[in-house]
Design a protein around this ligand. Structure first.
Ligand SMILES: [Zn+2]
Ligand SMILES: [Zn+2]
Length: 365
């Protein structure tokens, strides 16, 4: 007979899990592995609610080969906490250090990608939740009281950072920071478009501004203009449904970070690019985009993708955020609000990230 989740490993853990594709979360007793030589164990303090968490608990990616839910499913990959135990060979952390864990907890450490600090593109990358760890047990995410992670997949969170508003950087932050850097959209004097003003988009505006580029927010709703320009500091705002505005902005952007995961036409965005402009997609629609090639040829433009970032770059992003005081805009919630929060995430009714106050509100039952 299979052992119960709480008896698999020696460290008792408690969190909230979905039991089936309804996605409804409820209290769950399970266990974490003993702290290995290269592991850190930490007390989770805050975890962000990423849209991926919602897809995962409802098993909406079940038909793809990306990730399928393994119930009970504990989501959460925007995690910050404080180290409570370190393995004998751990070098980066000591007990009491603030720590962050994002979307991945393992990779092969020997392929070309891993050798180039691109563990995020390792074919054997292990996700924080929904993967099977090296010991054969499922990985459980951060909607839980403790985590155990190989120190290589943990980042150091500087003491001056607000832990709650830092949590979303571990997924949303690195997802937009990495393409700004890799595609060279990080030079003062450039103008970069940000499509969609949600969890990812608002982070893209903040990082791009801190890198010194001008930012044009492109949104379907005109009522986000005040927010984008006056509060987040965007330089320009375009309503994508207004053909006149879009026409007037033709050829004005060096690059675009497209965060929208609902299907949408790419041609109007490609038209906004200058010659050699780059349209970078980080949102993942469930249906393929239609890609008009002629406008790419006439202007040597490109469409690219990007997925989170490697561990070295994730630490760089956190340090950059600490230096420039970049935080996510968050609504802090108690654990037992999570199912309502999930419904609101589904409706995009949040500015711009829910963060669960695990440390103060997750109570074992
Ligand atoms: Zn995420
Ligand atoms: Zn690898």
């Amino acid at each position: 007979m299979a052992r119960a989740p709480e008896d698999v490993h020696p460290q008792k853990a408690f969190g909230w899990a979905a039991r089936d594709s309804s996605g409804v979360l409820s209290p769950f007793h399970f266990s974490r592995r003993a702290t290995g030589e290269q592991d850190v164990t930490f007390k989770v303090l805050y975890v962000g609610i990423c849209h991926s968490d919602l897809h995962y608990v409802k098993n909406e990616w079940g038909s793809s080969d990306f990730i399928s839910a393994n119930y009970p499913a504990v989501p959460g990959h925007e995690i910050v906490g404080v180290v409570t135990e370190v393995g004998t060979k751990v070098q980066k952390f000591k007990v009491g250090y603030k720590v962050g864990v994002g979307c991945m907890v393992g990779s092969c450490r020997s392929c070309d990608n891993c050798g180039n600090n691109l563990e995020n593109y390792c074919p054997k990358m292990l996700l924080t939740y929904g993967s099977t760890y090296y010991d054969g047990t499922p990985t459980y995410g951060g909607y839980s009281d403790i985590m155990v992670v190989d120190e290589h997949f943990a980042v150091h969170v500087p003491e001056n950072m607000a832990l709650d508003a830092t949590a979303p950087l571990l997924c949303a932050g690195i997802t937009v920071y990495s393409p700004l850097r890799y595609y060279g959209l990080d030079k003062p004097g450039l103008t970069v478009g940000v499509v969609g003003l949600g969890g990812l988009g608002h982070m893209a505006v903040k990082f791009a501004k801190a890198l010194g580029v001008k930012v044009t927010v492109i949104s379907t709703s005109a009522n986000k203009k005040d927010e984008a320009v006056n509060r987040l500091g965007a330089d320009f705002f375009l309503v994508s449904r207004d053909p006149e505005q879009m026409q007037a902005a033709t050829g004005t952007l060096d690059g675009i970070i497209d965060t929208v995961s609902a299907p949408h036409p790419l041609l109007p965005l490609i038209s906004l690019l200058k010659t050699e402009g780059k349209l970078i997609t980080v949102g993942a629609p469930d249906k393929p985009h239609e890609l008009p090639v002629f406008p790419l040829i006439m202007g040597r433009k490109m469409v690219g993708g990007s997925g989170i970032g490697g561990m070295k770059e994730t630490q760089e992003m956190i340090d950059f955020a600490a230096k420039h005081d970049i935080k996510a805009d968050i609504e802090v919630i108690p654990m037992d609000y999570v199912n309502t929060a999930m419904e609101r995430v589904h409706k995009a009714d949040v500015r711009y990230r829910f963060v669960i106050d695990i440390g103060n509100t997750l109570k074992a039952t």
